[in-house]
Write a protein that binds this ligand. Structure first.
Ligand SMILES: [Ca+2]
Ligand SMILES: [Ca+2]
Length: 273
C-alpha cells in the first residue's frame, strides 16, 4: 500500500497499513519477492513511484568492501524538475518506528535544504548528475551498518511541462554488524516535489518489494528448495510454525508472511515480526 499526502509536511514517520491475516510463505537465503506495482496517479502534480527501491543483489556480503547500489525512480506529471527530494531508508517499515532497527538512511535533493529538511545530522556532497546527496549519521542506523560511497542521478522525459522522471542510485558497502542482523531486508523510499514552504506534494514512505539478505561472507552452498512449513494452533493473533521435518535444521531459514503487517513481514528469532 502506498501513501500520498497532498500539500502537507510529512515528517519522518510512516503510515500504517491495515492488518491482514495472510497466508504464510517462507524463504531461504537469496529468495526474492517481487510484486508488480500498478502505478496510478494520486492527483495532478504529485510525484509517483515508478520503480520500487531495489538493491542490485539479492545477497549482500557484509565485508565493507563490495559495493552495492540501491536505486529508485519517481516520475512527476509536471516534469522531473518538479521533484525536489528522494529518500531511501533501509528497513524503514520493518523498524516499526524504532530507529535502532534502521540500517541506513540516504537521500538526494536539489539543494542542502532539501536533504536536511527533517533535521538530524547529515554528511552532504554533490551528486553525480546534479543536485546534492546526503547520508544521516545520528539515527536510523547511521553508519553502523553501511558505508555510503556516492550517489548518481539520471533523468528521463520532460524537465517541465509534461511527465518526466528521476532515478537516483546510491552506492554503499555493508559493514559486518549487519550480517544476519536481521537476515532479510528491503529498502523503502519517499519523495517530495515543489518547494519547501510552498506548494508541495510529499509521498509518504513506500515499502520496498524486493528483499535481500545480508551475509557475513559469500555463500558457498545453497540448500535445496524447502518443503512447506507446518502450521498449527492458530489463534486470532498467533500461530505455531515449524520447519518441515523433511528439511534439515542445519540450513539457515527465514520465515516471511504475506501480505505484510504494518510493513513488517519477516519473523524474527523471538517470534515477533
Ligand atoms: Ca509535481
Ligand atoms: Ca520495508
Amino acid at each position: 500500500m502506498c501513501y500520498n499526502t497532498h500539500g502537507s509536511r510529512v515528517a519522518d514517520v510512516g503510515g500504517t497499513e491495515p492488518v491482514n491475516k495472510g497466508c504464510w510463505a517462507w524463504l531461504t537465503q537469496a529468495c526474492v519477492v517481487l510484486t508488480v506495482f500498478a502505478a496510478s496517479s494520486w492527483g495532478a502534480g504529485a510525484p509517483i513511484m515508478t520503480s520500487f527501491p531495489v538493491v542490485n543483489s539479492s545477497t549482500v556480503v557484509a565485508d565493507d568492501t563490495t559495493p552495492y547500489t540501491v536505486s529508485t525512480t519517481f516520475s512527476d506529471p509536471d516534469g522531473y524538475d518538479s521533484i525536489r527530494c528522494i529518500r531511501v531508508l533501509l528497513n524503514y517499515t520493518e523498524a516499526g518506528g524504532d530507529q535502532n532497527q534502521g540500517r541506513g538512511y540516504m537521500n538526494w535533493g536539489k539543494s542542502d535544504v532539501d536533504v536536511t529538511q527533517w533535521g538530524g545530522t547529515w554528511v552532504i556532497a554533490d551528486a553525480t548528475g546534479g543536485g546534492r546527496w546526503a547520508y544521516r549519521t545520528d539515527a536510523w542506523g547511521g553508519i553502523a551498518y553501511i558505508t555510503p560511497v556516492s550517489c548518481e542521478t539520471t533523468v528521463n522525459g520532460k524537465a517541465t511541462g509534461g511527465s518526466g522522471s528521476r532515478t537516483v542510485s546510491w552506492t554503499f558497502t555493508v559493514k559486518p554488524a549487519w550480517a544476519f542482523n536481521p537476515v532479510m531486508n528491503d529498502a523503502d523510499a519517499w519523495a517530495a516535489d515543489g518547494v519547501i514552504g510552498g506548494t508541495s506534494y510529499a509521498v509518504g514512505w513506500i515499502d520496498g518489494q524486493t528483499s535481500f539478505d545480508v551475509v557475513p561472507a559469500s555463500c558457498s552452498t545453497f540448500c535445496a528448495t524447502p518443503q512447506p512449513p507446518i502450521l498449527a494452533n492458530p489463534t486470532s493473533t498467533t500461530v505455531k510454525l515449524s520447519i518441515n521435518p523433511a528439511d534439515t535444521s542445519d540450513d539457515e531459514y527465514a520465515i516471511m508472511i504475506s501480505p505484510s503487517v504494518g510493513g513488517k513481514m519477516y519473523v524474527q528469532a523471538d517470534g515477533s515480526l
